[in-house]
Design a protein around this ligand. Structure first.
Ligand SMILES: Cc1cc2nc3c(=O)[nH]c(=O)nc-3n(C[C@H](O)[C@H](O)[C@H](O)COP(=O)(O)OP(=O)(O)OC[C@H]3O[C@@H](n4cnc5c(N)ncnc54)[C@H](O)[C@@H]3O)c2cc1C
Length: 452
């Protein structure tokens, strides 16, 4: 979902999967001259950024190898298939399908898509009373107006500036809900950390919000065809002192002329990889300053549905920010009796320490407010723990207070024309998205090809 698409309702009536040319298909369809080179190129990380670069090279007959730490590929495009329900732990949506390169990739790979309507929602207060449509519309209009003209300060968080200007909203549960289920969901950040200047300065594609219903790994499986990927290969050092760059794992050594590093910002922040020599100071500082936010997802499954099956979303306005306040109804697009709910911001960190039973109790307490005490317990809970995922350390990047989004440009810069950087955290315009990561991979592949 994406609340900013509220501002772009005019684009919502496009037919599904219009054949807009994507970067990926245009690569394959246009006449491309193969490039001969004896230079060795290694891509680190087999997420969408690494895979998009790999495919760009592949279409030009350039051999590359991807080194991937995990025993699986796709990174944050991660579909859990332990049960008969494909559960996307990371990305679920194509945000804005118009000219979005992921739209055509989805089409080519046989991905099933469903258009979710952000406005098809019923929101309830903590006594079970439903907010009227007029109250919701008024609050959302005001939300959009305020956010367009907040007027921030580099060193102050969104939360500080917002409540300084609108103190009466501090105890307004509908506003707590909007700032959490809309803003914290979109940016990945807790509003107490989020920049009050650069919270929505990125770009977005117009068009519809398309939910992938048969697993985002469908796209990954399509993209890995013909690509040399070494899994279980965790990089711990990159030495670019000598002519050839040396890449080390615990027990292996690789050599390359060009390295494309696509590991997440969280991995760079944790210094999992040592650089010899150390990265230039501005890059180190940008790595330190930009942050990873945490969104967690929870899929609850029942034998039968007790909620309105044709409703897209259910909202609740608890006092606690970021706590199971938004539910995606699976029955709207499938036969599965399931609701997906989320945690945002700091509450996402807290929840990772809780047991499944404790989480179910919290979710059920919220659903009972709306549907009464007699609803059944779920038969299954699937959950994520992104802040403690050792290959990501968070969900996606955001600009915190104390810095500016220009740091994303610093993360994008190559080092000595040997070391190149891609990934969602190198896309100032499309950070935190699948398409941002995809575009960044092609961007860096083009830079490397210029040097061959
Ligand atoms: C909960 C959640 C919901 C999201 N929802 C959406 C959504 O609906 N729509 C959307 O557009 N975006 C969404 N996103 C964001 C999107 O998933 C990411 O922006 C995108 O997938 C990032 O791709 P990437 O290639 O930059 O990084 P990744 O996918 O993280 O790939 C990096 C790869 O590097 C590997 N790696 C890490 N360390 C090492 C190492 N030391 N050595 C070798 N390899 C290493 C990792 O294992 C991983 O495979 C969501 C993300 C999350 C977590």
């Amino acid at each position: 979902m994406n609340r900013r698409s509220f501002l772009q309702k005019t684009a919502l009536s496009l037919p599904i999967l219009t054949a807009t040319p994507s970067l990926f298909t245009s690569c394959q369809e246009e006449k491309i001259t193969p490039i001969m080179t004896d230079k060795k190129i290694i891509i680190i990380g087999a997420g969408i950024a690494g895979l998009s670069a790999a495919n760009y090279f592949k279409t030009r007959n350039i051999d590359i190898t991807i080194l991937e730490a995990q025993n699986q590929v796709g990174g944050r495009l991660k579909t859990q298939r332990n049960s008969d329900i494909p559960f996307d732990e990371g990305a679920s949506w194509i945000h804005g399908d118009n000219k979005n390169p992921i739209t055509n990739l989805a089409k080519a790979s046989g991905t099933n898509l469903f258009e979710t309507d952000d406005d098809q929602v019923k929101v309830y207060d903590i006594d079970g009373t439903q907010y009227s449509d007029s109250v919701l519309d008024k609050a959302e209009n005001e939300y959009n107006k305020i956010l367009e003209n907040l007027g921030g300060d580099q060193n102050q968080s969104f939360e500080t500036i917002f409540y300084q200007k609108y103190p009466h909203y501090q105890s307004n549960r509908l506003w707590t809900y909007q700032l959490s289920a809309y803003l914290e969901f979109d940016t990945g950040a807790d509003i107490s950390e989020l920049s009050s200047l650069d919270f929505y300065d990125d770009e977005e594609f117009s068009g519809r919000e398309l939910l992938v219903t048969n697993g985002y790994d469908t796209i990954v499986n399509y993209m890995i065809q013909g690509i040399d990927i070494k899994t279980n290969t965790k990089i711990i050092e990159i030495n670019y002192l000598t002519d050839k760059t040396i890449i080390l794992t615990e027990n292996q050594t690789f050599e390359a002329d060009f390295i494309l590093l696509t590991v997440p910002l969280g991995v760079l922040k944790k210094k999992v990889i040592s650089f010899v020599p150390t990265l230039p100071n501005p890059k180190q500082q940008a790595i330190e300053k930009l942050q990873m936010g945490v969104i967690n997802k929870f899929l609850c499954v029942w034998d039968s549905a007790f909620w309105e099956t044709d409703l897209q979303y259910i909202g609740l306005t608890p006092k606690t920010k970021g706590k199971f306040n938004y539910f995606l109804n699976y029955r709207k697009f499938s036969e599965i009796n399931a609701l997906m709910t989320f945690t945002f911001g700091n509450y996402s960190l807290l929840i990772e320490k809780m047991s499944d039973a404790e989480i179910i109790a919290e979710i059920m307490a919220h659903l009972k407010i709306i549907y009464g005490n007699n609803i059944p317990e779920p038969t299954q809970l699937l959950r994520t723990k992104w802040s403690s995922d050792e290959f990501t350390w968070g969900s996606y990047s955001f600009t915190p207070k104390g810095t500016r989004s220009t740091d994303y440009d610093v993360l994008t810069e190559a080092v000595e024309d040997k070391l190149f950087f891609a990934g969602e955290h190198t896309s100032r315009d499309y950070r935190g998205t699948v398409h941002g990561a995809f575009i960044s991979g092609e961007r860096e592949a083009k830079k490397i090809i210029e040097l061959l």
